[in-house]
Design a protein around this ligand. Structure first.
Ligand code: SAM
Length: 236
């Protein structure tokens, strides 16, 4: 019997199919130390309204990261927050794999470092504090990039930022590498079409979605879970 009454973080959908899938994910065995910290982070996210990807998307990201086995060792996580997505990514990696995670807010980065340490993942995750637009150009290339800083709070000022970040990620992604981008539906706004308010954020995410869909160097699709998760392989 699946228990669907267990709490999910508020960022998780109330869609019953997603609630059911989340409950199933919760049945899956995880190392106790990791799961204890993930549960605590979900409570912190719920209590403080920190937008983490949540259990369902965490499990999706973990599964997709692990698909290519030992060939994925270098992962870039854009938008650490308190380290929740970084933990799912790191857990998916083989021995010797490493996640580089970038966070603008030093206080959040410090909290992330503490959670990551307590989860026993400090040797697999490096946190860089600063603006991804400034730090990423200094970095190398990656087998997988998870982009999760595309929220109105950060990108509302300039509609070109979403497409700029896509270009930056592409430049640092290996051919055959996987790009995942959260919030492709921009809170549902892009799906609402003409009736939606044409905010900078919405225009930016729409343009970014079109640019990625039309890019001949990517093969991808938006998974319509939660707020839409882009999953795209760089083909050339
Ligand atoms: C949605 S949260 C990330 C959640 C995280 N991926 C998770 O699921 O655990 C977005 C984070 O991106 C950070 N951020 C916003 N703009 C940024 C930038 N230009 N460079 C680096 N981090 C940024 C914010 O401070 C925020 O903590």
């Amino acid at each position: 019997m699946i228990n669907t009454s267990l709490p999910i973080v508020p960022q998780d959908s109330t869609d019953q199919r997603e609630v059911f899938a989340t409950a199933l994910v919760r049945q899956a065995p995880l190392p106790e130390r990791l799961n204890t910290v993930l549960l605590e982070m979900e409570k912190v996210a719920r209590d403080e309204g920190i937008p983490v990807i949540g259990r369902l998307e965490g499990a999706i990201v973990r599964t997709l990261t692990a698909l290519r086995g030992d060939s994925v060792t270098r992962v870039l996580d854009l938008g650490t927050a308190i380290g929740y997505s970084a933990l799912w990514l790191a857990y998916a990696l083989p021995e010797g794999g490493k996640v580089t995670s970038i966070e603008l807010d030093p206080e959040r980065a410090a909290r992330a470092a503490d959670f990551i340490d307590r989860a026993g993942m400090a040797d697999r995750i490096e946190i860089l504090v600063g603006d991804a637009f400034e730090l990423v150009p200094e970095l190398g290339t990656y087998d997988l990039i998870f982009q999760d800083i595309m929220k109105h709070r950060y990108f509302g000022s300039d509609p070109s930022l979403a497409t700029e970040l896509l270009k930056l990620s592409k430049a640092h992604l290996e051919v055959n590498g996987l790009l995942m981008i959260d919030n492709a539906f921009c809170g549902g706004g892009v799906v609402a079409g003409e009736t939606a308010e044409h905010s900078n954020e919405l225009v930016g995410v729409r343009n970014m979605n079109t640019a990625l869909a039309e890019d001949p160097d990517f093969d991808g699709v938006i998974l319509p879970v939660r707020d839409g998760l882009w999953v795209a392989r760089r083909t050339a």
